[in-house]
Design a protein around this ligand. Structure first.
Ligand SMILES: Nc1ncnc2c1ncn2[C@@H]1O[C@H](COP(=O)(O)OP(=O)(O)O)[C@@H](O)[C@H]1O
Ligand SMILES: [Mg+2]
Length: 269
């Protein structure tokens, strides 16, 4: 063996564990006995779609910047393959979407704080996620949350808080703020904060907040999470609703501030 030699790792595909619009995720075993990994690969029908391949490569570049305990960790990527793929740690539980309805208040706050820490780290590295929703948050065996699927992620230039329209649009209603529907001009970090607030309200009320009044949501929390005081419920709802504002400038300016205000409100008795 010499410096510069390549060591080849082999993985045996076990089964398909998720399929989206552009890619498919597989569970695989490393043949060397290092346990499970997850492999995300572009779908064969998209192998000539230059735009999608570009986006996939960007997803890999983004993940390589984001080493944090609340973000799914990439291990290896092969972008030269006919169907580009990357290998990441395998998260052995379901996504938040499948477990969130069973969460008590302590779980809600703990998991939400995990998600916020992951997103805050990404923002610090200049990365905007743009598709935050329960299906893109994976939960480990010991209940920790990891943000995943940076397929719509973008690097935001350091000297500005907004990116210019790239035309690769979208996201997922109802987690998506208004400004993300049109062209993507002026989409900034507070777009992710909007999505975080929808996620929090869904964790607290076990429903989506669309069309719900603050009064309704306050009562609803005390029904589904009886351990929460009415005061705390009211304060948390009012903070969360601030970041649901259609005007990005009226939302909490940073994920840290949003999280801190929710943590403070959660302690009100
Ligand atoms: N690291 C992982 N470990 C376990 N399951 C995963 C992992 N990454 C993704 N999945 C599963 O695959 C699904 C699709 O992955 P995702 O990255 O969200 O792809 P898409 O871009 O198609 O939405 C996820 O919702 C999740 O159920
Ligand atoms: Mg996804």
């Amino acid at each position: 063996m010499e410096p510069g030699d390549t060591l080849k790792l082999e993985f045996r595909i076990v089964k398909s564990i998720g399929k989206g619009g552009m890619g498919e995720v597989w569970q695989a075993n490393s043949c060397g006995g290092f346990g499970h990994v997850a492999v995300k690969r572009i779908l064969p029908i998209h192998k000539d779609d230059k735009e999608l391949i570009k986006r996939f490569k960007r997803e890999v570049r983004i993940l390589k910047q984001l080493h944090h305990e609340n973000i799914v960790q990439i291990l290896f990527a092969d972008l030269e393959s006919v169907l580009p793929y990357y290998v990441m740690e395998y998260i052995d539980r379901e996504s938040m979407a499948n477990v969130m309805n069973g969460y008590g208040f302590n779980d809600v706050i703990r998991v939400f704080a995990d998600v916020c820490r992951g997103v805050a780290f990404a923002h610090k590295r200049g990365v905007l996620h743009r598709d935050l929703k329960p299906a893109n948050i994976l939960i480990t065996n010991d209940g920790q949350a990891r943000v995943s699927d940076f397929g719509l992620g973008v690097f935001v230039p350091r000297d500005t808080t907004a990116i210019t329209g790239t035309g690769d649009g979208a996201g997922t209603p109802p987690y998506m703020p208004k400004e993300q529907f049109g062209d993507l001009k002026n989409v900034s970090f507070t777009a992710d904060i909007y999505s975080l607030s929808v996620i929090l309200l869904q964790l607290l009320t076990k429903e989506l907040p669309v069309g719900k009044t603050q009064e309704y949501m306050t009562t609803r929390i005390t029904e589904v999470l009886p351990e929460v005081s009415e005061q705390a419920a009211r304060r948390m709802i009012s903070e969360a609703v601030r970041s649901l504002n259609d005007d990005p400038n009226k939302r909490h300016p940073s994920v840290e501030e949003f999280l801190n205000s929710i943590l403070a409100a959660s302690k009100v008795v």
